[in-house]
Design a protein around this ligand. Sequence first.
Ligand SMILES: NC(=O)c1ccc[n+]([C@@H]2O[C@H](COP(=O)([O-])OP(=O)(O)OC[C@H]3O[C@@H](n4cnc5c(N)ncnc54)[C@H](OP(=O)(O)O)[C@@H]3O)[C@@H](O)[C@H]2O)c1
Length: 303
Amino acid sequence: MKEEKAYVITGPTSGIGYETALELAKHGTVVLVGRNRNKLEEVKRTINERGQDAAMVVCDVSDIISVKHAAKEIASLGLPIAGLLNNAGIMPQKALKNAQGWDLTFATNYLGAFALTEALVPHLPDGANVVFIGSAIEDPERKPAKVMGMKGGQYLSAESSAKGIWKPGGAKMAGIDAYATSKQCVLAAAMVLARETPRLHFNVIEPGITPGTGLGNNGNRFVHFLMGSMMQLMMLLPAFSRYKSTPKKSAKVISDVVTDTSGRTGVYFDQKGNPMQGSVLSRSKEFQERVVLETRALLEKYS
Ligand SMILES: NC(=O)c1ccc[n+]([C@@H]2O[C@H](COP(=O)([O-])OP(=O)(O)OC[C@H]3O[C@@H](n4cnc5c(N)ncnc54)[C@H](OP(=O)(O)O)[C@@H]3O)[C@@H](O)[C@H]2O)c1
């Protein structure tokens, strides 16, 4: 018999998150957190049709106020939350703003996930897992990213990132510095949270290069097609094919980490569920602490 457990997932309406929501539903009630009510209802219906349980909470993860409301709503469901998966993410090719006027990529991928986690931590029982979806793009030495002209995270400060200002000398491709920096902060912050709160487990997963999801699809079908084709072509090269994944494969690995009961914390997992190393900067404790300190200062007025 299935144990009474619940798993919260952001971004369950597409790609990796959709497949992971279906996986998690095999382990307990899934709380679907997304910005589009119709899409959420569709995912909920699919899960219910399989005889499994789901609840839904409408939330724009990029909007800190919306995140605060959602955290309250999730807590008020009174479910035994065994895992929180911060999966929602975007990679737009142009600089956009969130409700607070902050860089949309940084706000969605990092600030919103961080704010949701901080708001839910007091409601999580001992032993619960908090998992973030990272990206190896944060590492300037990562081969596939290097080949595509990516330069890794370009962090100056949390405030600069919120303003969409990145360290000079970044990637030529628009939107990449914002994306890489947001994922570097995710990784750095997760390590601090793991040290600060040992009663919970905080881990990060790099899901692998997973073409065919909605990532990078910002209304421009041609650019999205081009990016997708570039990724597919790259995957044909033996040096890169080992990083390849599919939403279903990633979902299995992610779901294993979210439902894990071994107590592992502070681990960065690769697309196969093996521990991996992040960039040199992301591993610096000084950098990690600075990121969290500056993030908390930035979010303070919304606490
Ligand atoms: N695909 C890859 O190769 C790859 C590689 C490394 C890391 N990742 C990471 O994997 C995660 C999932 O990405 P994916 O590839 O599956 O992309 P995807 O298909 O575009 O899925 C993104 C999900 O995030 C949701 N989302 C976006 N902005 C949101 C917001 N403001 N509020 C609430 N939900 C929001 C989307 O909701 P809507 O359906 O409403 O748009 C969707 O459910 C992301 O964190 C991404 O950075 C992906």
